[in-house]
Design a protein around this ligand. Structure first.
Ligand code: FAD
Ligand code: S2G
Ligand code: ZN
Length: 486
């Protein structure tokens, strides 16, 4: 049981009763928008990693912003706790209830509202699945300025709520820059909207910025307006084998210098992550010449295939000449590009494949970044927990990969089962290590439930107080996503 040693249910929150169900049925007009039978609740009560499990008795699936407003007004008055839920792909336990909070799923609010093919401004419901939004944009020659491995399930509203980073932040920047406006329902039912905002609007505090990354604790995002770039017409992918982390950094410096404006992704992976991914994909590794300690995936995106390919080939030749790269391949077609990406994007599934995974999504100054993986591995070995090949050790191994271009490491400790001994070996050790390096304990996945008590390792008391003041101002009854965040 994940929670009992960490938090108790707060008695200030009302328990659901028949009167509440009648009220919600009346608002939603049709029972299809409510789920209360045990079996169907299962999906909504468990997180993607199967690490956290709530006991919500009710999922509400409104179709309009007005219905969300009615629901929030009622829950606020009745002190019923609510967890907003998007695609439920979050990785810090933020998207599922801790106890019996009502789940408010945005999955029925999934319409594209408008698209301006001159400015590239897309307005859509929060519950539009990221991949569907990007497919819609592709038909119009545009691209969603964010991509991540969960694109087939996560929502546009969900990525805003967590301020997701993903695979192309290096190129397209953060959602704090690309989101033009939001529509959201505040805890008291107030409907806030800046959905019609334009690219430049310097008229007062920018409230939407507070909602971006608020992880469902300040408001329920119901609509998003985002500025989308033209879709690159030529994309190239290279997969390189590198002999040390120091050299990975040199390859990164070279890529930025020589590929410059067409560089759209720079991902690194250690050899162990590729070993696990190979087992998971049941496939031979694209670099056939041997097992290397590190790999790098580089993507370029531009508008002139020959020009881009020539730049990439020159860069690769130079890097091999200088001994920075031991081996490497450049995808010759879209299928091979996808296949190379799958050796990076499948790592999360491969990590959890042997049972479960302790994830640490962190920002660390580049020179120290991989040191955390080595430190974790040492810590686990000292506790005699690790053996990547035998079956008698609970920890399969500590792997490291991530968005090097953003200074964002994903340390995944892959385990055969979740247990307190492993957790106590890793926490707060990992967070203390990061604090020492002036890093962030959460680069892109957010705080959720997993990191609620660790924010002090990355934020000052002043900052934490300001965050709490904002939360208490907009949600004085604390009904939105309680027990999490700060
Ligand atoms: P959920 O998981 O449903 O919710 C996440 C949080 O946001 C919760 O706190 C929830 O309460 C809140 N929330 C959701 N929707 C709303 C809303 N409409 N209004 C208010 N609050 C809301 N994340 C990255 O940043 N970068 C990556 O590269 C990345 N890769 C991933 C790869 C895989 C395979 C998986 C499974 C996850 C990955 N993630 C990554 C994590 C996850 O996909 C992101 O956090 C994503 O933004 C979650 O979106 P969601 O719609 O699934 O939200
Ligand atoms: C990624 C996804 C989840 C993980 O792959 O970039 O953000 O495994 C991660 O940490
Ligand atoms: Zn990531």
């Amino acid at each position: 049981d994940t929670y009992s040693d960490k938090v108790q249910r707060d008695s200030k929150y009302k328990k659901l009763d028949e009167k509440d169900l009648l009220f919600f049925r009346d608002i939603l007009k049709d029972g299809n928008y409510m789920i209360s039978n045990e079996q169907d609740l299962e999906f909504y009560n468990e997180d993607w990693m199967r690490k956290y499990k709530g006991q919500s008795q009710l999922v509400l699936k409104p179709k309009t912003t007005e219905q969300v407003s009615e629901i929030m007004k009622y829950c606020n008055a009745q002190k019923l706790a609510v967890v907003p839920q998007g695609g439920n792909t979050g990785l810090v336990g933020g998207s599922i209830p801790v106890f019996d909070e009502i789940i408010l799923s945005l999955s029925n609010m999934n319409k594209i509202r408008s698209f301006d093919s001159v400015s590239g401004i897309l307005k859509c419901d929060a519950g539009v699945i990221l991949e569907n939004a990007d497919n819609f944009l592709a038909e119009n020659g545009y691209i969603f300025p964010l991509d991540l491995g969960a694109k087939g399930s996560c929502h546009v509203g969900g990525v805003c709520a967590t301020n997701a980073g993903g695979l192309r932040l290096l190129r397209y920047g953060s959602l704090h820059g690309t989101v033009l406006g939001l529509e959201a329902v505040l805890p008291d039912g107030t409907i806030y909207s800046s959905i019609d905002a334009l690219r430049k609007d310097n008229t007062g505090y920018d409230f939407k910025q507070l909602l971006i990354g608020s992880e469902g604790t300040l408001g329920v995002i119901t609509g998003v307006s985002i500025l989308c770039p033209s879709r690159p017409t030529s994309t190239n992918v290279a997969f390189l084998a590198v002999s040390s982390y120091e050299t990975v950094q040199k390859v990164f410096v070279g890529a930025r210098k020589e590929l410059s404006e067409i560089l759209s992704a720079f991902e690194f992976m250690d050899g162990k992550s590729q070993l696990l991914t190979g087992r998971y994909l049941k496939a031979d590794h694209p670099i056939e010449s041997g097992d290397y300690p590190f790999y790098v995936l580089i993507e370029t995106s531009g508008s002139n295939r020959d020009h881009d390919m020539e730049k990439l080939e020159t860069f690769l030749a130079n890097a091999m000449e200088e001994g920075l790269v031991d081996d490497g391949i450049i995808a010759q077609d879209e299928a091979q590009s996808q296949s190379l990406w799958s050796w990076r994007e499948s790592i999360p599934e491969a990590s959890a494949h042997d049972g479960g995974v302790y994830k640490y999504d962190v920002s660390i100054p580049l020179k120290d970044l991989y040191g955390l993986v080595e430190a974790a591995e040492t810590k686990l070995n000292e506790a005699n927990l690790v053996d990547i090949d035998s079956n008698d050790k609970p920890v399969v191994g500590a792997i490291g990969y991530g968005h090097l271009g953003d200074g964002n490491l994903h340390l995944n400790v892959c385990v055969r089962e979740y247990n307190k001994n492993i957790e106590k070996t890793l926490e707060p050790f990992v967070y203390e290590w990061i604090q020492e390096k002036q890093g962030s304990i959460s680069a892109e996945h957010g705080l959720g439930f997993q990191k609620k008590n660790y924010i002090g390792y990355s934020k000052s008391d002043v900052e934490i107080k300001l965050i709490k003041d904002i939360k208490n101002h907009y949600d004085p009854n604390g009904i939105l996503n309680p027990y999490k965040y700060v």
